[in-house]
Design a protein around this ligand. Structure first.
Ligand code: DAT
Ligand code: MG
Length: 151
């Protein structure tokens, strides 16, 4: 078992398209543990902080307006290698390069409408979780089926 955590967000298009349960079920089915979840209408300053490393990119203004276009489902998942596996479950940034079977490969076509976000490293996961969640919004529990998921 591992207490590694990652931040997974369903972007405004994923929420509006009714993809919440389809996306979350992939993480649940894999065996990862949900430890935080909430619908958020983020502020521009939160998003600027979240995408801090992309502020100088030409696509940043459209990324910002996309992310501000509706509620976002913010989630935190815990488990062994969850940061890297979460990225694999999501697929490539550009959905046209995402393999079928990944979230973006199954549900998206355009980079600017790629339905979900996942942290790209343990370091950014910790930063993003602290940015989107208060400590008391994250729960600790041991699912009774863990013995069937971890040896
Ligand atoms: P990822 O979301 O896979 O971590 P990223 O962190 O490089 O990718 O970029 C964040 C988001 O910005 C991405 O999900 C969609 C948008 N984006 C990235 N590269 C882009 C590009 N070349 N053109 C348009 N939007 C882009
Ligand atoms: Mg990223």
């Amino acid at each position: 078992m591992s207490n590694e955590r990652t931040f997974i967000a369903i972007k405004p298009d994923g929420v509006q398209r009714g993809l919440i349960s389809s996306i979350l079920s992939r993480f649940e089915n894999r065996g990862y543990k949900l430890v935080g979840i909430k619908l958020v209408t983020p502020t521009e300053s939160l998003l600027r902080e979240h995408y801090n490393d992309l502020q100088s990119k030409p696509f940043f203004p459209s990324l910002l307006s996309y992310m501000l276009s509706g509620p976002i489902l913010a989630t935190v998942w815990e488990g062994k290698d969850v940061v890297k596996q979460g990225r694999a479950i999501l697929g490539a940034t550009n959905p046209l390069q995402s393999a079928p079977g990944t979230i973006r490969g199954d549900f998206a076509i355009e980079t600017g409408r790629n339905v979900a976000h996942g942290s790209d490293s343990v370091e950014s996961a910790n930063k993003e979780i602290a940015l989107w969640f208060k400590k008391e919004e994250l729960v600790e529990y041991k699912p009774s089926l863990f013995g069937w998921i971890y040896e």
